[in-house]
Ligand binder design. Structure first.
Ligand SMILES: [Zn+2]
Length: 456
């Protein structure tokens, strides 16, 4: 990562080069929403594909699903979200800023265990210690209110008769409710994992820091169902696999660290994050949680279905434990972009911005650049050939130097230049993004040359 990188610089690059735009921008935007552009969607898709390859395709004990976003509302009663998925919030009556009561207390009094406090206790604490508004300095609060984090919508076929349904705040419930289906249809033996990539929604008002925290986000996660006796071993193995994966995506080890949780949910046996050193500092990148048998026991209770597993070898019947591994696709995309960014000083005194993506993650693998416009017919032939295999960009506008810089800024690992020699001998120049060195290759050799370089 470049030490000069700030979040503002990254946001500007993303906007000007087609990675990420502000959501609903022509209407003045919409807080904490972002739209991936033509370049960004390729990067994010490549990240999702890499995760799926590593944790589903290459793992014989893992199965994928794609569950519905809208679920039976009973699911969210079983999960505990209906009862307790909310933030205690209060407004400053002087400046109208909104805060979380627990954050207000934590920031001033580091030793206080706010997680154990009720709303009434937090209210009393703020009043007694006269905690002032961090924004305007006044002590002029509304009472604390519980702010629900699940988005509610309604479903109804007859006017006036409507049922509340929720946009899922997490994807993992789709795996729990399908535990029996997957086990039966795939004849799966415990331990096995069910994995999913999909959107979740949380009605958060806390500031977002670009893609770091958004109200609508995409999770890549899996739930590993296992015997209690082997659960701790499996928990540890996912810690290692999760770390190895983000390193393989190019995140450097000095920007990564484990953070074991000291405070655990009442049902949890262990939990840790992997944190990444974002331009805004060290923050959570993913989570690995040992959830005991909480999830399946709750769904057994609320659905009335017995979710026990019968071990065919030992005839033991038990409720599997769950190890959860979850990582946000948007947040990981932000980390990959932060890591890849470099303002490189060149020998001629100029500076170039280059995104050093691993080639398998790069939005475009190759850019086809005719040296002059009258070479475009040949260049389009090359584009037609290569685009059957790879995402390609095509650019014939401006000087070749400027076109190289544009490709550097979106991280294209190879630029193929068509010149007048190409018409004679069917060779092209291939320029490497990182070294800027150029080699001459036959057109027929391009596909295998590039395919070899972009393997994951
Ligand atoms: Zn205020």
């Amino acid at each position: 990562m470049d030490n000069n990188l700030t979040m503002d610089k990254l946001v500007n690059l993303c906007k000007s080069r087609g990675f990420v735009f502000q959501g609903s921008e022509i209407y003045g935007g919409f807080a904490n929403t972002w739209d991936f552009g033509p370049v960004g969607v390729e990067l994010k898709n490549n990240i999702k594909k890499a995760w799926w390859k590593k944790f589903v395709q290459e793992d014989p004990s893992a199965y994928g699903v794609d569950a519905a976003i809208l679920m039976n509302p009973r699911v969210w009663e079983a999960s505990g979200h209906v009862a307790s998925f909310s933030d205690p919030q209060l407004d400053c009556k002087s400046c109208k800023y909104r805060f979380r009561a627990d954050n207000l207390i934590e920031e001033k009094f580091k030793d206080v265990d706010v997680e154990k406090m009720t709303t009434e206790e937090m209210q009393k604490f703020i009043d007694e210690h006269k905690i002032k508004c961090p924004h305007c300095g006044n002590f002029n609060w509304t009472p604390i209110r519980q702010f629900k984090l699940m988005f509610e919508t309604s479903r109804g076929t007859v006017e006036g008769e409507k049922d509340v349904v929720y946009l899922r705040p997490e994807t993992c419930q789709g795996e729990y409710v399908n535990f029996l289906n997957v086990q039966r249809t795939m004849r799966a033996k415990v331990p096995f994992a069910i994995a999913q990539i999909g959107k979740s929604f949380r009605n958060e008002i806390t500031p977002g820091n670009f893609l770091f925290r958004t109200v609508e986000f995409e999770q890549m996660e899996l739930q590993m169902f296992c015997h209690p006796n082997e659960s701790m071993e499996i928990y540890k193995s996912y810690k290692d696999r999760a770390m190895k994966f983000v390193e393989e995506l190019g995140l450097s080890s000095e920007n990564l660290r484990f953070h074991d949780h000291e405070k655990l949910a009442h049902y949890a046996k262990a939990a840790c994050d992997i944190q990444y050193n974002f331009p805004i500092g060290w923050q959570e990148l993913n989570g690995i949680h040992h959830r005991g048998n909480w999830d399946l026991s709750r769904h057994s209770e609320f659905s009335g279905k017995n979710m026990e597993y019968l071990d065919p070898y030992t005839n033991e019947k038990f409720l599997p434990n769950v190890i959860e591994y979850s990582i946000g696709a948007d947040r990981l995309t932000l980390a990959v972009m932060s890591e890849a960014y470099e303002e490189e000083k060149l020998d001629n005194g100029e500076t170039r911005v280059v995104m050093h993506f691993k080639p398998f993650l790069a939005p475009f693998k190759v850019a086809i650049l005719p040296l002059q416009k009258n070479l475009s017919e040949k260049a389009k032939e090359v584009y037609a050939k290569l685009s059957k295999e790879f995402m390609c960009d095509y650019d014939e506008a401006g000087s070749i130097g400027k076109r190289y810089r544009r490709q550097d800024e979106i991280g294209t690992p190879f630029c193929v230049t068509i010149d007048f020699d190409t018409l004679e001998d069917d060779t092209v120049t291939v320029r490497d993004r990182d070294s800027m060195e150029q080699i001459r290759l036959k057109i027929e050799a391009l596909t295998s040359y590039i395919a070899e370089k972009i393997k994951f």
